[in-house]
Design a protein around this ligand. Structure first.
Ligand SMILES: Nc1ncnc2c1ncn2[C@@H]1O[C@H](COP(=O)(O)OP(=O)(O)OP(=O)(O)O)[C@@H](O)[C@H]1O
Ligand SMILES: [Mg+2]
Length: 307
């Protein structure tokens, strides 16, 4: 993992600095301050206010501590998954290399098979590393965009084409509605394709076999948008507000092999925002499907010029 990755960290020192409730109890309302020693009533009120403020500070510190602990847990979980993914990708490459190294001569069909194993696994590892680099760029806002005038529907078509085989494998029904030649945006086509592929990949992963996925691109009054809607496992109201955070993962249903790192949506959000757009997630809850909508400023609009 990129050690410069800018993700929140928590140190044991920061826990020690936090005031504890038991220490707070030492400040009691019946201890008059010097300033108000002559007026016990005012001193009483002052101390009560101070106590209340301290209590609020402690509660806020506890909230921060819980959030930091949960971030730490997410990072550790992501590291574990990452280590497994890397080991799973490397093992077949090592085996292929052992076969190649140990054989005096190799049949051409076996050679072709070994080359395919090395190619498939090294491509997967390269993708994993690219995802992590994107996660690092997302957290530091360092994406470089090569923008030009592009047709959103054309990119929707390309993204759909690359995800179709995976959807066919899961017998999912895909419906696409994207009128060509009318939805122009000023954008980096590779990055917009990456946004859509991530959303489609999720829709496929988190929708059971035989489910439905609907992709729509359309024009609104002040922007152009693309949405991916599925009738899959859905997202709980607890998970929904955190779904775009780095290493966030909702309910881990579905095949273990399809579980990811929780990087995709964090990258999607950063990419959409760096185009001057917005991304939203909706779900009525577990088993009720999900809908993700990415908006982009229409080409030539004030927002487009400003972004
Ligand atoms: N269409 C969807 N339906 C239900 N849950 C979803 C959907 N899309 C995303 N999620 C939830 O949001 C979480 C974060 O998604 P994200 O794409 O960032 O990570 P991931 O798919 O787990 O891994 P990867 O880094 O490979 O994309 C997922 O783990 C999943 O719980
Ligand atoms: Mg994903």
């Amino acid at each position: 993992m990129d050690p410069t990755m800018n993700v929140p960290r928590v140190s044991s020192a920061s826990f020690r600095e936090m005031p504890s409730l038991s220490r707070l109890k030492l400040i009691r309302a019946d201890m008059p301050t010097k300033r108000n020693a002559s007026d016990p009533g005012t001193a009483d009120r002052d101390l009560r206010e101070v106590n209340q403020e301290l209590l609020l500070a402690v509660l806020a510190a506890q909230d921060k501590r819980l959030a930091a602990e949960s971030t730490l847990q997410r990072q550790l979980k992501a590291l574990t998954i990452l280590a497994h993914e890397m080991r799973n990708g490397l093992a077949p490459i090592q085996s292929a290399s052992d076969v190649l190294g140990g054989a005096r001569s190799i049949d051409p069909p076996l050679l072709t098979r070994l080359q395919a194993v090395i190619h498939r696994n090294s491509t997967q590892l390269a993708r994993l590393i690219e995802d992590l680099l994107d996660a690092s760029r997302a957290s530091t806002g360092k994406f470089r965009l090569e923008r030009r005038l592009v047709d959103l529907s054309e990119i929707v078509g390309q993204a759909v084409a690359s995800c179709l085989p995976a959807m066919e494998l899961r017998s999912q029904k895909l419906t696409v509605s994207a009128p060509l030649g009318v939805l122009f945006i000023d954008a980096d086509p590779d990055r917009v394709r990456q946004i859509l592929v991530n959303l489609l990949d999720n829709a496929c992963k988190y929708t059971p076999v035989g489910g439905s996925i609907v992709v729509t691109a359309l024009s609104r009054a002040d922007h152009v948008e693309a949405s991916v809607c599925d009738n899959g496992i859905g997202i709980s109201s607890d998970a929904l507000p955190h779904i775009f955070e780095l290493f966030a993962q909702g309910a881990q249903e579905g095949p273990v092999a399809s579980r990811g790192l929780g990087v995709g949506l964090a990258v999607v959000r950063e990419l959409v925002q760096s185009h001057g757009g917005t991304i939203t997630a909706e779900s009525a809850g577990p088993t009720r499907g999900s809908k993700f909508t990415a908006t982009f400023p229409r080409h030539g609009s004030a927002a487009d010029t400003a972004s």
